[in-house]
Design a protein around this ligand. Sequence first.
Ligand SMILES: Nc1ncnc2c1ncn2[C@@H]1O[C@H](COP(=O)(O)OP(=O)(O)OP(=O)(O)O)[C@@H](O)[C@H]1O
Ligand SMILES: [Mg+2]
Length: 141
Amino acid sequence: MAIQESGVVVKHDHLPVAMADGSLLAHVFQNLIGNAIKFRGSEAPLIRVNAAVRGKEWVFSKADNGIGIAAEDAESVFVIFRRLHARAEYPGNGIGLSICKKIIEQHGGRIWVESKSGHGSTFNFTLPVKVITKGGERTER
Ligand SMILES: Nc1ncnc2c1ncn2[C@@H]1O[C@H](COP(=O)(O)OP(=O)(O)OP(=O)(O)O)[C@@H](O)[C@H]1O
Ligand SMILES: [Mg+2]
């Protein structure tokens, strides 16, 4: 609904099937995409979701063209209750990304952000290849 109401365009590559907790992973995508909608900039909002294998990991990335995050805040945004803006400016409690971090770490992965203030952000997270299946069959690489 948030995607439809905001007119945000979400593009994604073919994504793999994960042997993971579906509701927890849905929560990760909902928060990352929800943040991209909330912290959008003046350009028409565009979100790209990609996934690629690197060694023994899948690396997922969600890139937006929103307001971006200053390099010095890149680690603190994953700390619970940490927000970079007043609630009057953008609503929220500062909980979403800390939960994403817990969920990804619980699945054996890592999460981080690459961003430049005013130039959009790319959130990346990994999942071990062993939790990914293709066409329902477990693949070990
Ligand atoms: N895509 C983004 N672009 C710019 N800033 C972001 C983005 N995602 C997160 N942030 C910054 O990181 C902070 C923490 O994000 P987080 O999702 O944890 O909290 P929130 O969205 O403010 O509140 P909640 O998720 O609890 O509704 C945000 O308040 C915002 O300042
Ligand atoms: Mg959030």
